[in-house]
Design a protein around this ligand. Sequence first.
Ligand code: CP
Length: 302
Amino acid sequence: MKNSLVSISDYGKDEILEILDLAAHFEANPNQKVLEGKVIATLFFEPSTRTRLSFETAVNRLGGRVIGFSDAATSSSSKGESLNDTIKIVSNYADVIVMRHYIEGAARYASEITDTPIVNAGDGSNQHPSQTLLDLYSIRKTQGTLENLDLTMVGDLKYGRTVHSLIHAMYHFHPTFHFIAPDELKMPEEYKLFCKEHNIPYTEDAILEGNFSKTDILYMTRVQKERFQDLMEYERVKDVYCLHRDMLEGTKDTMRILHPLPRVNEIDMDVDTSEKAYYFQQAQNGLYVRQAILTKVLGLSI
Ligand code: CP
């Protein structure tokens, strides 16, 4: 379905900027009747707080209605119904389907079996395009530009779908990346290859301290327990990094810390009161960006 948002690569640079401008409009005017008469389904086969609730708030603030489930155990998938059948059925009821699924490629699959626009709210370790758009919105808002920025990504770069999507999106804007992860959680080869093919400079390191004095965006991530096959391996790496406030000394005044959240213990709470901590505002920006996404996939004008 051409109006689906499955991967951030579905949007070119102009469409990304269009969404960010639309989000800025919604930030200034969050309550409008743009979705009046529309029904949006939120199908969450994996847990979520921010993504589901901000999409649902976006619908409510724009005058639409929400159906769906936040726990697949309450749906007929728990009785063995296939994703194919679930999507075909919900397509009869809703104008847009926002879905999160634990299988990589599930949203793409869904988009190929229905004409109802699919918005991927995260598929396994693969992509999380609405998060990426709100990350871009937050980056532009704090830095005044998306061009020529230095981004340091820290933590679970292997399983983190948000960093994978962000690399694909930032390539339009001439970034420099620094990947900081332990060996077990390094950035997968396919994303490093993507950088090489597009002449995007990057470095790799395993040490956090003292490694981000020149960075504009410090993008922290959680080690994702739910993706590990071997829980012993998770135990070995789960506390590998913890950002403390004293580690921010010597960083740029304009540097901002982003995190898709939820955090576990990779950012100490003493960072929260720093003016460089931006992760709670970042989550708030998600509301405006998701209002923009719903408006765009439905082809509505404001
Ligand atoms: N950032 C994010 O996807 O958060 P949730 O898992 O709470 O939706």
